[in-house]
Design a protein around this ligand. Structure first.
Ligand SMILES: Nc1ncnc2c1ncn2[C@@H]1O[C@H](COP(=O)(O)OP(=O)(O)OP(=O)(O)O)[C@@H](O)[C@H]1O
Length: 231
């Protein structure tokens, strides 16, 4: 469960990236976040794993208010989140397998089990047998699959992805969209930002649209004024 209560984010220098954003994402939902460049999508997503903190309002993850979470508690929060973020690039001097293993190695997971989980994650994204390769030898779409395998290797209940199909050919982008759908079908809560909401349309996701830092549209309340009023 992800809850935003009247969340604002003002960056140093005074720029207001989000203002009064409220919504609730229930377990098992597939949510597509869209909006123009600079609308605040990345900022909103970064508040969930506490890469950024809100200037006002509250963010709750599975009932826990993470807005003022002490730094020492952040790794525990992130263990339950799968993150495919712009800044989490692959390590190009490590193999595909080592990239996927990384979150488990960092958290001191037993090596044997970590290797099994990494192999299962690679299989899940259609890259079984490719673990020994180096990322530079993979296509953009395959590299993105490695990043997704790394995000799910901890078997998170929530998967968050920031523009995972950016810079991909349309066919690769459609494959990645289907992959997120399959995770959601398996019960994972998925929140994904994209410039191309049409990519996910076949999955009939809930749509959140940001415009200049405001929540301009929430398809779960659209056409239901009563729900909107009580939200
Ligand atoms: N660390 C930062 N410091 C100052 N301003 C920032 C910072 N990060 C983002 N901003 C500003 O906040 C606004 C929202 O940015 P954000 O990256 O959240 O938008 P976005 O919708 O993800 O855009 P895009 O689709 O281009 O990635 C932008 O005007 C951006 O310049």
């Amino acid at each position: 469960m992800i809850v935003f209560e009247d969340v604002a984010k003002r960056y140093a220098g005074g720029y207001s990236a989000l203002a009064g954003v409220s919504f609730e994402i229930r377990h098992g939902e597939l949510v597509v976040l869209s909006g123009h460049s600079g609308a605040g999508k990345s900022t909103l997503l970064k508040l969930i794993p506490v890469i950024e903190r809100p200037s006002a309002g509250r963010v709750l993850i599975n009932g826990q208010d993470v807005s003022h979470l002490p730094p020492a508690a952040i790794p525990y929060l992130r263990r339950n989140l799968g993150l495919v973020l712009q800044e989490n690039r692959l390590l190009f001097d490590r193999s595909v397998f080592d990239n996927v293993m990384l979150p488990l190695v960092i958290t001191g997971h037993p090596p044997g089990d970590a290797a099994k989980r990494a192999a299962a994650a690679l299989e899940r994204v259609g890259l079984d047998g490719r673990g020994k390769e180096m990322p530079a030898g993979l296509s953009g779409g395959e590299q993105q699959r490695v990043a997704i395998a790394r995000a799910i290797v901890n078997r998170p209940s929530i998967l968050i992805a920031d523009e995972p199909t950016a810079h991909l050919d349309p066919a690769y982008a459609a494959d990645i969209a289907l992959l997120f759908r399959s995770f959601n079908d398996a019960g994972v809560t998925v929140l994904v930002s994209t410039h191309d909401a049409g990519l996910f349309a076949a999955s009939r996701p809930r749509r959140l649209v940001l415009a200049k830092g405001l929540l301009a549209e929430d398809s779960s309340t659209a056409g239901h004024p009563a729900a909107e009023a009580s939200a």
